[in-house]
Write a protein that binds this ligand. Structure first.
Ligand code: F6P
Length: 349
């Protein structure tokens, strides 16, 4: 058996842990050969890959990024010619299946390639934690830890100067990182894409705190917006399956808040810092379980499926049930209730 392995979409802490576990499990338990495909689906279209042996995946558990490289632009389904090129290289290498580690865009492509006859297994990856059908993806815990540390750090400087400090997190249209890090990092106000905020309510909390505590920490997800307002778009990337990049909402909020407050307002966009570096122990373990389970799916011939975490256990779900969907925070989520009950403002009147 010969299996291709690729990482698609934005990178994420824990990708190397998955690569290591898939490879070790396939080499050891299934006596399979593994071909590491470079730069996501781009490498499949262009025929760039190399065999992965025990040595190739040794010592990579702790490292951030992906040893295979990735791309969030490549889409072999974009044209008949690129689909045929990808299928042609899979035939050339003699691949029995391809394991694709990626986010919802990658799962969509994986499902499409399955429809074209290439057996695919998906492994969910994203710091945003927004993959449908998966309770938690690896990379999220690491991102939450990074944002939490940033919130702690802005708190001491905000406290010293008596300022309003705004920290913007990634997460696209889902607020999981902002919510969990906001709670862990003692944010006074948490603004989420799922709940349009009322600027007046945010001003009122900051003013009340100007009198009492002197400082305020706001944690805002990049996809948050004021009621009646629009998303803050950083750039459009025409040739990407996900053409909109959000970013800068913290600066926009700073400009909106400043005229109404006595204290100075400062904003920080954490950006790709949240995606880099070594995965937490939790993410290393989760990624290792995901990788091992992907090898199980391959061995069992359970293709066109994605590994998932359900009820705290490894499981799998059909790719067409997850492709193109987005898991957002339900408005009755217990963490929202906890936040409200301990006096954290969610920007509502
Ligand atoms: O989906 C992961 C993510 O990190 C988002 O949170 C963020 O909006 C986006 O990717 C950034 O993408 P890029 O790497 O293209 O800047």
């Amino acid at each position: 058996m010969r299996i291709g392995l690729l990482t698609g979409g934005g990178d994420c802490p824990g990708l190397n842990a998955v690569i290591r576990a898939v490879t070790k499990s396939l080499l050891g338990r299934c006596q399979a050969e593994v071909i590491g495909i470079a730069d996501g689906f781009q490498g499949l279209v262009e025929g760039r890959g190399r065999p992965l042996d025990w040595g190739a995946v040794s010592g990579i558990l702790f490292s951030g990024g992906t040893i295979l490289g990735t791309s969030n632009k490549a889409n072999p389904l974009a044209s008949a010619a690129s689909t045929e090129a990808a299928l042609g290289w899979a035939r050339h290498w003699g691949l029995d299946a391809v394991v694709a580690i990626g986010g919802d865009g990658t799962m969509q492509i994986a499902h499409g390639m399955s429809q074209h006859g290439l057996p695919m297994v998906g492994v969910p990856k994203t710091i945003d934690n927004d993959i449908e059908g998966c309770e938690q993806s690896f990379g999220f815990d690491t991102a939450v830890a990074t944002v939490t540390e940033a919130l702690e750090r802005v708190q001491t400087t905000g406290q010293s100067h008596g300022r309003v400090m705004i920290v913007e997190t990634m997460g696209r249209y889902a607020g999981w990182i902002a919510l969990e890090a906001g709670l862990a990092g003692a944010a006074d106000i948490i603004l989420l894409p799922e709940l349009d905020y009322d600027l007046r309510a945010v001003i009122d909390v900051c003013r009340a705190r100007e009198h009492r505590e002197r400082f305020t920490v706001i944690c805002i997800g990049e996809g948050a917006k004021p009621a009646g307002g629009s998303l803050t778009i950083e750039r459009h990337i025409a040739d990407s399956p996900d053409p909109i990049r959000l970013g800068g909402v913290a600066h926009a909020l700073r400009e909106a808040l400043q005229p109404h407050l006595k204290s100075e307002v400062r904003s920080t966009v954490l950006g790709h810092v949240q995606r880099g570096g070594s995965p937490t122990p939790f993410d290393r373990v989760l990624a290792t379980q995901f990788g091992n389970h992907a090898a199980h799916l391959v061995a069992a011939g359970r293709f066109d499926h994605m590994v998932t975490l359900q009820g705290g256990a490894m499981s799998s779900i059909a790719l067409d049930a997850v492709a193109g969907r987005n898991r957002r925070i339900p408005l009755d989520h217990p963490l929202l209730t906890t936040a409200r009950e301990i006096g954290v403002s969610l920007g509502q009147a």
